[in-house]
Design a protein around this ligand. Structure first.
Ligand code: NAG
Ligand code: NAG
Length: 423
């Protein structure tokens, strides 16, 4: 018994030693692999930052913590694109659409007066002529992303698809919308004046945005989209500020496109407005209201898609060759809000859309789009025909259209997310 016991114990010790050594080897190699992949990631991040952040001529520190680099116009990220090597920058569009709702023709009651809006970094300086302001991407910005490759890109299939035959398709990504839209014609641009708020975001991996979509093609793998508006996105920017943004893709958010200037594509010509920079002030409940005008249109001569911010800032253009369907025209325009519902704690998110209040509440409480217009085939701005609406769950976020002499076609949209009717 004793001998057997000893030999068993001996064998047991032997096994223990072998297991111990194996574990040690595992730990060492794991930490080595870990350290290797960490240093590989560090290198990858550095390379990516070098690609994004071009050498500045001047640097401006914004009060919100952003660094704005004034980069020579011909050194901007767009020119990393192989197709743009010999591109001659268009200083201005050859054509500017005219419409019935020039901002100056608007008359609003004193209660409904809205105020001009600017970018926060303007408090600390200006970019010189022949440069463009670019929000510098920091290491932390890239590290917050799931992968260096996906940094600055939307998840797949985040475009609202009205009257979708397959509700799961509109739902699977957790993206929810409250929008107005037109389709069934050829469109050469879109315009709207968008109320600006700072919606609360429950989780850093969620966002809330309000924007125009200019869409080409069906909703397949080759969907073309040009987008612009304002957004709050803690993951993308590291804070809860409301920021001006653009987006483009020519393959339904897969390989092409990005936010702002975070890949080569958009060519900026304006030295005063920075994509991705904070806009201020924002509207307050039952108090001062602020809005921004955005116009996107196709230059009939060169075929590029231009973007204007407010009445004064022509920001730049998306060259026509980036797209397939949009080289001709857009087949659908959408205006409205989008949020991500990641269902934290198994319930609907309380991330707000718009002001966080439902459309019924009206001006000063609910967020709006006004002076909704499209650019037609003769390059005129005109009121949309048959404005449809769409929302996945109207108890969470809703939309209501209307029209009158002052605001033309408009809608109120948004909501609080989680509430007794949206559990
Ligand atoms: C979205 O998905 C949830 C569950 O994930 C489901 O309860 C809900 O009905 C879906 N909504 C639509 C519009 O399909
Ligand atoms: C953003 O807002 C959320 C709550 O809505 C808060 O928990 C978080 O700390 C804020 N983040 C920053 C960077 O201010």
């Amino acid at each position: 018994m004793g001998a057997a016991g000893f030999s068993d114990g001996h064998r047991g010790r032997k096994v223990k030693v072998v297991v111990f050594l194996a574990c040690l080897w595992c730990l060492v190699s794991l930490s080595c692999a870990g350290r290797l992949s960490a240093s590989r990631q560090k290198l990858e991040v550095q390379k990516h930052l070098k690609r994004l952040n071009k050498p500045p001529i001047k640097t401006i520190q914004s009060p919100d913590g952003d660094i704005i680099d004034c980069v020579h116009i011909s050194h901007q990220p767009a020119f990393d694109h192989p197709f743009l090597k010999d591109h001659k920058i268009q200083a201005r569009p050859s054509y500017h659409p005219e419409g019935v709702f020039g901002e100056n023709k608007m008359s609003m009651g004193p209660k409904e007066r809205t105020n001009p809006i600017t970018q926060l970094w303007h408090m600390n300086g200006k970019c010189p002529e022949n440069t463009i302001p670019i929000r510098r991407t920091k290491k932390e910005d890239v590290l917050r992303s799931r992968s260096v490759k996906r940094y600055g890109k939307k998840k797949h299939r985040s475009v609202p698809k009205p009257r979708s035959a397959d509700p799961d398709l509109t739902n699977e990504s957790g993206h929810q919308h409250a929008i107005a839209y037109v389709e069934g014609d050829r469109y050469y641009g879109a315009k709207a004046t968008i109320n600006v708020w700072e919606p609360k975001i429950q989780q850093p991996n969620e966002f809330s945005l309000s924007q125009i979509w200019v869409l080409g093609g069906s909703f397949g793998e080759d969907l073309n989209s040009i987008e612009a508006g304002w957004q709050v996105s803690p993951d993308l920017y590291g804070d809860n500020n409301t920021r001006l943004f653009t987006y483009w893709t020519s393959d339904a958010y897969q390989a092409t496109g990005c936010y702002n200037l975070l890949c080569s594509g958009f060519i900026q010509v304006n030295s005063e407005i920075a994509m991705g920079a904070s806009i201020s002030p924002v509207s307050a409940f039952r108090n001062s209201q602020y809005d921004i005008s955005i116009l996107i249109w196709k230059d009939p001569k060169e075929g590029h898609w231009w973007m204007q911010f407010g009445n004064d800032y022509v920001l730049g253009y998306w060259p026509s060759f980036l797209f397939s369907y949009l080289t001709e025209s857009a087949s659908m325009i959408e205006w409205g809000g989008e949020i991500v519902n990641s269902e934290p704690d198994g319930q609907h998110t309380s991330t707000q859309m718009g002001s966080g209040h439902f459309p019924e509440e009206g001006f000063g409480k609910s967020s709006y789009f006004r002076n909704i217009q499209v650019v037609d085939s003769s390059n005129n701005l005109k009121a949309p025909k048959d404005l449809g609406t769409f929302t996945e769950k109207s108890n969470c976020y809703d939309v209501q259209t209307g029209s009158n002499g002052d605001w033309g076609h408009y809608f109120y949209y948004g909501g609080p997310g989680r509430n007794p009717n949206c559990p």
